[in-house]
Ligand binder design. Structure first.
Ligand SMILES: [Zn+2]
Ligand SMILES: [Zn+2]
Length: 135
């Protein structure tokens, strides 16, 4: 249970495994249109870490640049969305919360890109709200 305990994660088929050490920088739910398309879900939960905290322990994720400076990785076999990196936040990497072996570890504290939210997707009134990226 220590702060340095390793966290496991990975994709649906098991080809890609992630190993994470260190504590998250943030935990959010993103409503942006790119995350929706990339995941096939109405919103996507992300946990952010320092880049060095996240290692690909098995497999070879496919890279996709969804916007300038944005790198998304996903399993080339089963399609699970895994990580997100943005050149405007160097030194950080976000991991899809639902790719963690225990997605309950880091509950989200805010919702971002609510300006893109689908009208039928509920908002959690107990979280912080941002119309865009929360900066
Ligand atoms: Zn897979
Ligand atoms: Zn997003």
């Amino acid at each position: 249970m220590g702060a340095t305990a390793e966290i496991g994660g990975g994709c649906l088929c098991g080809a890609v495994r992630l190993r994470i050490s260190g504590r998250p920088i943030f935990s959010v739910i993103c409503h942006c249109a790119s995350c929706r398309r990339a995941s096939g879900a109405p919103s996507v939960a992300w946990v952010g870490f320092e880049s060095g905290a996240v290692t690909v322990a098995a497999g070879d994720p496919q890279v996709f640049n969804s916007s300038t400076g944005v790198t998304r990785r996903f399993c080339r076999r089963c399609g699970t969305a895994l990580t997100y990196e943005n050149a405007r936040r160097p030194g950080t990497i976000d991991v899809t919360t639902l790719a963690l072996d225990d997605p309950s570890l880091f509950p989200p504290t805010s919702e971002v890109w609510l300006g893109d939210r689908l009208p039928w997707q509920p908002v959690d009134p107990t979280l912080q709200h941002f119309a865009t990226n929360g900066d």
